[in-house]
Design a binder for this molecule. Structure first.
Ligand code: CP
Ligand code: NVA
Length: 307
């Protein structure tokens, strides 16, 4: 059966650990003498319904570094589900390329692509989750602390796609995940329950602490993301009114462990969810984290596509 990369919850702890170890090994190999061409002659179609800097460039460079090639298809070109049905796009692309990565609005669209595609499909962000981002997040935590076991990770802000995938990877790898956000913007209850069950098996935990100051007390990692995700632009004003208490600023960082690292998937809205002194300060790992996307994704591509 073909493999897809649609959600962190679909993978076992061992599979995730293997991919992360491979990501770290590939980063080292790339720095020392370049990666082996394990995807020579293979190609990846990259379908985007929304803008992207990191996902697009890191997947494209990742494919090149493994000896393959990548093809960018903009929203205007494909018109996924508008110009042509998703089922038809999936079946056509499957005859041209060896895998498809897609960034979509509705999560159902990525599921539909995967259903009809005969080549692996990778989720490059949907309204529900962002699993390739979570792989780079976990890789960055691993590089810093050597493990995710017993690491305390606090996410401040919106219970969005990035927060959901981060919660699942923390649960799978034995970290203690803490969510803190305003009423009305919580993580979906079904995912909190599912991730809590997963965390039990790995001796991790999932907790919701509404007070952001309590949530970050003594933690090892503070994570935040935009208050308004792509597709929610009309709600921006309303959101800007309720989120300021969850801003990651120096006062918040001072409450965490002294070795705390601050992560953000980017793009950042400086002065909103994160301040300049934190984003550019000694605890920030924002740019190594963004760079790790490329290596984490090479591990995903190798897992799905290498012979
Ligand atoms: N973090 C992330 O996915 O960035 P882009 O939207 O630029 O791809
Ligand atoms: N939550 C953000 C992440 C961007 C990478 C969004 O969906 O817009």
């Amino acid at each position: 059966m073909k493999k897809d990369f649609l959600a962190i919850a679909d993978f076992s702890t061992e599979e995730l650990q293997d991919m992360l170890e491979n990501a770290i090994a590939m980063k080292k190999e790339w720095r020392e003498h370049g990666n082996a061409a394990i995807l020579k002659g293979k190609s990846l179609a990259m379908v985007f319904q929304k803008p992207s800097l990191r996902t697009r460039v890191s997947f494209e460079r990742g494919m090149e570094q493994l000896g393959g090639s990548a093809l960018y298809l903009s929203p205007q070109e494909i018109g996924l589900g508008q110009r042509e049905s998703i089922a038809d796009v999936a079946r056509v692309l499957s005859g041209y390329v060896d895998a498809v990565m897609a960034r979509v609005f509705s999560h159902d669209h990525i599921l539909e692509l995967a259903k009809w595609s005969s080549v692996p499909v990778i989720n490059g962000l949907s309204d529900y989750n962002h699993p390739s981002q979570a792989m780079a997040d976990a890789m960055t935590i691993l590089e810093e602390f050597g493990t995710l076991k017993d690491i305390r990770v606090a996410f401040l802000g919106d219970g969005n796609n990035v927060a959901i995938s981060l919660m699942y990877i923390c649960a799978k790898l034995g970290a203690h995940f803490i969510f803190s956000g305003p009423e009305g913007y919580q993580l979906p209850q079904a995912d909190v329950e599912k991730a809590s069950q997963i965390a039990k098996a790995s001796s991790g935990s999932v907790s919701i602490i509404p007070d952001p100051k309590q949530a970050v007390a003594g933690v090892d990692v503070i994570y935040t993301d935009t208050w308004t995700s792509m597709g929610q632009e009309e709600e921006a004003k309303q959101r800007e009114a309720v989120f300021p208490a969850y801003q990651v600023n120096e006062e918040i960082v001072d409450l965490a462990h002294e070795h705390v690292i601050v992560l953000h998937c980017l793009p950042a809205h400086r002065g909103q969810e994160i301040t300049d002194p934190v984003a550019d300060g000694p605890h920030s790992r924002l740019f190594p984290q963004a760079h790790n996307r490329m290596h984490a994704q090479k591990a995903i591509l190798a897992y799905l596509m290498a012979d």
